[in-house]
Design a protein around this ligand. Structure first.
Ligand SMILES: Nc1nc2c(ncn2[C@@H]2O[C@H](COP(=O)(O)OP(=O)(O)OP(=O)(O)O)[C@@H](O)[C@H]2O)c(=O)[nH]1
Ligand SMILES: [Mg+2]
Length: 461
């Protein structure tokens, strides 16, 4: 296996025609999964459905699934030997069907199953063994997610972060593949190698490590400029929209800020965060930030890679945890989000749970019942639809209310020579009274303690 380091895995794209935009044919895939003893049927089914959505997002057509209950994964090839044989036979029959079809109609392209999607992250050797045994390319849950991230990354920062995650994922797999390639994989490296005595796989591994280090440096530089931006914003209330992928965070971001955050009915549409002002503007002025969506078993490398994006959530003073109210697996979604927030140390940030998409229930009685049910279960939550203007107004009010509670009353006297601050007072404070006399103007106002401190500092100068 060759590793092209400028573009991390072109071979990945060659091997995966789905990722090659020039091929218009919809590739077919089979989902396979082991249900471990501690996983309930509901949880298992919802995970399978989610993998189906991920596959769809990637442009694959899922043509079937093979599942199996076991107390642990088969150490050799994830599924038991009998199940592997069943899959192999199924694939063989699909293959011969499509070959017949192809012979019958020369216009028809071969349409056999090209991928096996495994609903867990499996080891490099399990993947290769399974692949060899069933004769079809294996993609585990992690690589599916990584691929979606790779496609959706738009900014330079997101691209670099995804590249690090992909390289970290690929490194042990390249080693395993090189090991199996036998003498060829172990040949002495020639020109461009790092001296004699190193195997091809060692050289590749070293290149991967070098590339990761190089990318990490880029991240560090970007981090430093992010920190500067953050410290410039310090003291300004920041609300972060967090939650499961596709819950409607970007839609709410758009509605709350009157901007054009990317909204799409696909998983992981948003990979970059943007900070915007809550609109209409409030006192105090509130900033709103979108974040990357979470998912069950978000690959660890990705959590780490997107830590800087998620740090936005950490530096927020309020989290809006957006949940798709129409999702039957919403409890699992809540659990996953809570877990990731705890992992990045954001569990102590105050939060409001926002159940979105209630319009999916088109019957008014059903909606009322659902709202009552959710409010009883999650006290203090909001249940709404991002598509209703009134609901957005309510959400806006709820956000502003949180910050207005933090306002303190204060007074300031500005001599006529310092009237330049008047505009600032009106922009950042709720002015309760303004009185003028021969020496200047007196203001009574409410503002955040930070603003009060800054104004008194400026007026003393
Ligand atoms: N019916 C309905 N659809 C909604 C609502 N809010 C969002 N959607 C749709 O849900 C899909 C996902 O919305 P996004 O705002 O992109 O979701 P997200 O949470 O930002 O998703 P990621 O960026 O992938 O994490 C889009 O097709 C939206 O139009 C809602 O209140 N009602
Ligand atoms: Mg989004």
């Amino acid at each position: 296996m060759t590793l092209f380091l400028n573009s991390p895995h072109p071979q990945f794209h060659e091997r995966h025609p789905i990722l090659n935009p020039e091929k218009t044919r919809v590739p077919r895939a089979l989902i396979v999964a082991v249900q471990l003893d501690n996983i309930s049927d509901v949880e298992f089914e919802s995970s399978l459905a989610e993998l189906g959505d991920l596959a769809k997002t990637l442009g694959l057509e899922v043509v079937g699934q093979f599942t199996q209950k076991r107390s642990s994964f088969d150490s050799t090839a994830y599924m038991g030997v009998g199940k592997r044989e069943e899959i192999r036979q199924f694939l063989e029959s699909e293959q011969s069907d499509s070959d017949t079809l192809e012979r019958g109609d020369p216009q028809k392209t071969k349409n056999h199953v090209e991928f096996i999607l495994v609903d867990h992250e499996i080891s490099p050797s399990q993947a290769l063994n399974l692949e060899n045994e069933v004769g079809c390319e294996v993609m585990d849950r992690t690589v599916v997610i990584l691929e979606i991230f790779h496609r959706n990354a738009r900014s330079h920062a997101a691209r670099v972060q995804v590249e690090i995650a992909r390289l970290s994922y690929m490194a042990p797999r390249l080693r395993e593949a090189a090991k199996r390639a036998g003498p060829l994989g172990r040949q002495r490296s020639g020109t461009g190698g790092r001296g004699t005595g190193q195997s091809r796989s060692q050289v590749d591994s070293q290149k991967v490590r070098d590339r990761i280090a190089e990318l990490q440096k880029e991240i560090d530089v970007m981090e430093a400029s992010r920190d500067t931006q953050r410290s410039q914003r310090q003291g300004q209330p920041l609300v972060a929209l967090v939650g499961y992928t596709n819950a409607g965070k970007s839609t709410l971001m758009r509605a709350l800020t009157g901007t054009d955050a990317l909204v799409a009915n696909k998983l992981f549409a948003t990979l970059d965060t943007k900070v915007r002002t809550l609109h209409p503007e409030s006192v105090p002025r509130v900033l709103v930030s979108d974040t990357v969506g979470f998912i069950k078993n978000l690959p660890h490398g990705l959590v780490a890679s997107f830590k800087s994006t998620l740090d936005e959530a950490l530096s927020a003073s309020l989290l809006l945890h957006v949940i798709d109210a129409g999702d039957p697996g919403l409890e699992m979604q809540i659990e996953v989000t809570d877990k990731v927030l705890a992992e990045i140390g954001a569990d102590s940030v105050p939060r409001i749970r926002v159940f979105n998409k209630i319009d999916y229930l088109n019957d008014a009685v059903a909606q009322t019942e659902r709202i009552a049910e959710l409010q009883a279960k999650y006290p203090g939550c909001l249940v709404l639809s991002a598509r209703r203007k009134d609901d957005i107004t309510k959400l806006h009010q709820a956000i502003v209310h949180v910050y207005q509670q933090q306002l303190v009353e204060s007074e300031i006297f500005l001599p006529w020579s310092a009237q330049g601050l008047r505009g600032e007072i009106f922009a950042s404070c709720e002015v309760l009274e303004e009185r003028a006399d021969a020496a200047g103007a007196f203001f009574r106002f409410r503002a955040t303690p930070d603003v009060v401190a800054r104004l008194s500092e400026l007026s003393d100068k």
